[in-house]
Each structure stands twice: as structure tokens, then as C-alpha cells.
Design a binder for this molecule. Structure first.
Ligand SMILES: C[S@@+](CC[C@H](N)C(=O)[O-])C[C@H]1O[C@@H](n2cnc3c(N)ncnc32)[C@H](O)[C@@H]1O
Length: 199
């Protein structure tokens, strides 16, 4: 394939994803929380907090068109270990097509216990969230992280990005250790990754 065509072939899905994303954002801005998929750098930073050697499923919340899903697979997470919880039925169809070995759950990530009921066969080794958490009240966010900790193996990470300066979930929760990445400027808008682990 000539170089220009192969570059076009590589770029095409990304452009399609941007159009899909923008269309969904116009329909449901608060639900999407972003006009564009996460950049490769942000997605890679999220994925790097996942220990590929740890056992158990890796749960992704709000995978959208799969920007972070791709990074998880490139990081070395076996597709079979992925459980993708997405609300938007169009994105679910796309994800099933792109990641045929992953489990795609069409459901509400904020009702995590019922969305994951009978889905996990072992404690999760990570929960990676692309949800627009800051559009939700703090009580909803705290319920989400509590339910995520119930699904996670002891000490396993809950990974969340945010565009806001403040952490999306308070960084001094009792019994929880917190760390944050540098601000990632190569993303629109710039973002930071926060990681929470139950001690
Ligand atoms: C900011 S986008 C992130 C998409 C993708 N992870 C990325 O980083 O490019 C938020 C995603 O969360 C999904 N979402 C929003 N609310 C949800 C919910 N309650 N349950 C599951 N997915 C949800 C949206 O449909 C969208 O795909």
C-alpha cells in the first residue's frame, strides 16, 4: 500500500470516532462530558496504572469508542480480561465489533453492583474509568468508588481522569491511598489521572 493510503487508513477510524463522539456530545453533553476521545497520551497514562501481571478482570467504565481500551490492550492486558461497561448502545455495538473477545455490558456504571452482577468471575485487578464524574454530585461519585472497591481485589487501583484542577473524588478518604499523574497537556482539554487504592 502506498505510504499516503496507509496513513489515511490509519487515520480514518480515528476521524470516524471523533465524528461519532461529537454527535453523541451534541445529543447528550453531560453524559459524554467531552467533545473528543481521549488522546493517546492520556489513554496510555491511564493504562500504565494497570498491573498486567495481576490476575482477574479489568473493568473499564465509559469506554466510548475505545481510546483507553486500545491503550489497555497495547499495555498488555488480554482482551479476554476486559469488561467494558458502556451506557450508549451505539458505542456498545462498536465495542463488540472492535473487541470481540471482551465482555461488553450495556449498563449504567453508576449502578455498578447491578451492572456487574454475574459478570465478574473473580475480583477485578483494576477499574479504569472514563466517566465524566464531575458532572455528578459528590455522593454519586463516592457511591461509585465504594462499589468499585467492592468489585476490586485488595489494593487494586480505581483509575479516573479529570479535566478539572481538583481531584474528582477527595484525596483524603479514610483508608484510601491516592496518587496523581502530572497534568497531561497533550489532550483536549488537558487532563490529570487520579488513582485510588483501598489500603
Ligand atoms: C468522556 S467520555 C470517555 C470515552 C472514552 N473512555 C475516552 O476516554 O475517549 C464518557 C463515556 O462515558 C459513557 N457514560 C456516561 N455515563 C455513563 C454511565 N452512567 N454508564 C456507563 N457509561 C457512561 C459515555 O457514553 C461516554 O462513552
Amino acid at each position: 500500500m502506498p505510504l499516503q493510503s496507509s496513513v489515511r487508513a490509519l487515520k480514518k477510524p480515528r476521524l470516524d470516532d471523533e465524528v461519532r463522539f461529537l454527535r453523541s456530545w451534541i445529543e447528550k453533553p453531560l453524559h459524554m462530558g467531552a467533545v473528543m476521545p481521549s488522546s493517546k497520551l492520556l489513554a496510555r497514562t491511564m493504562a500504565e496504572y494497570v498491573d498486567v501481571k495481576a490476575q482477574g478482570p479489568v473493568v473499564e467504565l465509559g469506554p466510548g469508542t475505545g481510546a483507553i481500551t486500545n491503550a489497555l490492550i497495547e499495555h498488555g492486558v488480554d482482551q479476554k480480561r476486559l469488561v467494558l461497561v458502556e451506557y450508549n448502545p451505539g458505542f456498545c455495538a462498536l465495542l463488540r465489533d472492535r473487541y470481540p473477545q471482551a465482555k461488553v455490558v450495556q449498563g449504567d456504571a453508576y449502578a455498578l453492583r447491578s451492572s456487574l452482577k454475574d459478570v465478574l468471575d473473580a475480583p477485578a485487578s483494576a477499574v479504569v474509568s472514563g466517566l465524566p464524574l464531575v458532572t455528578k454530585p459528590m455522593l454519586t461519585r463516592l457511591k461509585l468508588i465504594r462499589d468499585a472497591f467492592m468489585a476490586l481485589a485488595p489494593g487494586a487501583p480505581f483509575v479516573q481522569f479529570t479535566y478539572s484542577v481538583a481531584p474528582p473524588i477527595p484525596k483524603s478518604l479514610p483508608g484510601v491511598s491516592t496518587e496523581a499523574s502530572e497534568r497531561i497537556w497533550m489532550n483536549l482539554p488537558p487532563a490529570r489521572v487520579w488513582v485510588y487504592r483501598k489500603r
